[in-house]
Design a protein around this ligand. Sequence first.
Ligand SMILES: Nc1ncnc2c1ncn2[C@@H]1O[C@H](COP(=O)(O)OP(=O)(O)O)[C@@H](O)[C@H]1O
Ligand SMILES: C[C@@](O)(CCOP(=O)(O)OP(=O)(O)O)CC(=O)O
Length: 472
Amino acid sequence: MTLSHTIASAPGKVLLTGGYLVLEQQFQGLVVGTSARFYTIITPSDEPGIQVRSPQFDGGNWHYTLTVQPDFQLTPSSSGTSRNPFVEASLRFTLALVREKVGRSAFGVLSTDCIITILGDNDFYSQQAQLEKLGLDSSYGSLAGLPPFADTMTSLKDVHKTGLGSSAALTTSLVAALCAHFKAVDLDNQKDRTLVHNLAQFVHCFAQGKVGSGFDVSAAVWGSHRYRRFNPQVLASIMDQQVDGTLLLKHLSADSFGWDNEVAPFKLPPGFDLILADIDAGSHTPTLVGKVLAWRKANPTTANALWVELGSYNSKVEQVLRDLTTAEQKEPVLYKAVIEKCSRHKASEWASLPETNEVISKMVQLVHNFGHVRRLLREMSQLSEVPIEPIEQTQLLEACLEVEGTVIAGVPGAGGYDAIFCIVLSDKAKQQVRQVWQGWSALSVGPLLSKADSKGVTLVELADVPGLANSL
Ligand SMILES: Nc1ncnc2c1ncn2[C@@H]1O[C@H](COP(=O)(O)OP(=O)(O)O)[C@@H](O)[C@H]1O
Ligand SMILES: C[C@@](O)(CCOP(=O)(O)OP(=O)(O)O)CC(=O)O
């Protein structure tokens, strides 16, 4: 039986609140999906085996042989450092599960010979090499002029990532594309989507060698939401290279016992625009996380109190954002007028505007609550001696908040010197904040093109995505 090609796409993420806290089930995080997405294209082929290509990278080629008789086995042709753990684990475990789900005899008549092309939006990686080659600066305008899925001119090992979560978006798009291609799932069916989620979490954890918080895979599957993690035990028991399709399907199905993660849909309120910047200094997230957790372990009383207080302000930020969305639905005219008004003043001035109404007071509460979130992150920095919101980032964030119409400026996820995000109320504010970034000399601040986009994993058509067909 021959199948036509299949394309699945999954978004990157920005963790607005909940860094460090989301590692524990007691706390939650607010994660926003990005317009930057990964695409996996599966094309049936006459050549034997599974060929995987990542045309944006030097050495982005891997070949695998699949045998199902007498045993199910995926054998990579590459060895050592040229292997790709995320691609390999996606193929091995997804195909094993698909075979179980569609039935071994039905799977037996399908051809698995195919070419798989993986493409990540330019925003996932530094575009410095392309920009230099074209003699362009790293402004927003120059980036917007680059071709889609540009060659990074380097290898996956050496590329500078921008923190949108390439491995989670890649894994999710590849797992979903394989499941859909072999007709094992219908992504419009909630239980099937949950299976894709659980499988992508397993694959991602296996490939990275540890059970992490999983918020990045969750965002790649569900898009923007409030995240509460799953009990890590649910995966710990099957973290084994030899795990077979029967066991995988049993543990990863939507009805399977133990999956207690929570996903509460979330969207930024109307008129709120998320903009992002990559900071060239960079931080090594696992090092930051290791140090913070070591401090937490050594100082449980102080840390618990801080975690609880931060968790409570994180929840307040989320609640006010939800209240603002409700206010827009109830009183769209008033809401629009307030956004207009606030976009012409600095956030620090909103509390003293002459008008008083419910929407303005929500805007003021938002600024106030996010101020507390940042204060507590700085306290965490000082106590643990980990640069979560280091002084250089504080200065940059304060400069962004001096722009009229900036609501929030913060460090996403684990913080450090990696990135910042701002939420602004007008195009003018967007441009002005980007000017602040461009003129900032204390740190090298590169804008990203991504916007917030609440959509999770989807199937797409080749013609729907500019640049996709040309990259095949
Ligand atoms: N375009 C791509 N094609 C193939 N593999 C990719 C691609 N982008 C990322 N990966 C995989 O993800 C890994 C990066 O994961 P990681 O270091 O955890 O970064 P991130 O924080 O962006 O997820 C790469 O080494 C590679 O295995
Ligand atoms: C500290 C954390 O809670 C958040 C880290 O999130 P980031 O988005 O900062 O980092 P990457 O996933 O490495 O890109 C750890 C976790 O939940 O994995």
